[in-house]
Design a protein. Sequence first.
Length: 476
Amino acid sequence: MREFRQYGGENRFISAGPFKVRLPGVHYKFEWADYIQGLIMCAVCLSIIPVLQETLGMPFEVAIAIVILNGFLYTWHTLLGDPVVPGWITPAIPLLTAYCLTFPAGVPRMHALIAFELGLGIFAIFLGVTGLAGRLISLVPQAIKSGVIMGAGFSAIFMIFKDGGKFEAFPITTTICLAVAFYLLFSTHFQKLSTQGGIWKSVANLGILPCIVVAIIVAPLLGECAWPQIEWSITKPAFGVLWTEWVPWGALGWPSAKEFIMAIPTILATYIVLFGDVVQSQALVKDAEIARDDEHVEYNPNRAHLIFGIRNCIMGVFGPDISMCGPLWAAMQVVVCERYKKGRDSMDSLLGGAASFRWGTFTGYWLMPIVTITKPILPVALSLTMIVQGFVSVRIGAMEARSFKDLGIAGVIGGALLAQGAAYAFAVGILACLLTYGGNFFKGDPDAGRLWAEEIESQLSAEEKRLKEELATTEA
């Protein structure tokens, strides 16, 4: 087998300034299990199409062109050295939709969206170039980090089970698929079975894909949806129409300075949510690395900001998109990380798993058989991703805490985020840390004993030391 790295080191790369360029098959092993999973899970990405149609009045062919362009940009993260599965800024989609709807339909609404997305991209690039992104994450108290991540988990689960949520449309199918998902991803019994090899190992390598297959079969049998009407063709995106009628350098024209200024409050509110995704990305990568000593996985917040900042700017110019370009698809990052933890025989490199999955979704956008076969059970797929994300977000969020006081504050922040939103949760967290820790606001509880197992504590300490060294290098 070809070796892509020395034991305990990083995968090889081509240095390009702040980026580490890696190509499939050259700098990492292509993971076919993740690629196949991506082919099916692309249907979740396509679910933004109705939102684009309803909010902006886009034709289906234009909307799917935007999804495909965004899907290509997803592959840039692993290409440039970011070991994550990128996705939407999901919690901010309702915020941006509400903002756009305050403008009249047509050119004013599109100008509002373009100004917002370009502004968000420029702001993220600024943070990445100046190194402020890394400083922000390192300066935020652990209790607030913990609370933001846990709150994201609470929100994801609540989104599914609230009145009128996705669970009500497919209650039995969702319950069955969740049972399968939790058994395959988190059960110690199945983990032992998968180590025996054979069919169990093959199923373990498929991640959440078996759950989607179960949904495709079970939902129609239970009468919770119709059988899919499969179309055997290739997707036909209308890039020509998109790039003449729906972009600022086409018929729309560029937003005015006033429209860019009006977007600033929404940009700042969205960044609060986005910041939580960056924190969660770092925590998920760190959690996965604990399980493997054969690979060093580097997550650099400044580089991540540069990549998704560039993506938002490109989409703002070439395909304005309400889903936005975020740093993480948390649910699928969890699935990839859980398989990575099973050892090198299951996944050679975390970066390879994330990259292969996103190449799979990009391929799937073009294949109508895959799009049409998964379309009826899309609410189930969304429910699975949200609940798996919620489960692991709460777990990872708790691990960010360094004391029981941190955990208590985190619980309050998480509840505030669920009830009042991200901005309110941050305000609550800052006030709680000030009142609880006073002059030790950034350090936390100085008298706290060890909260986690010795192995995890040593890994967390090493990670904090590495971040401080990176920041010192950036400042120098």
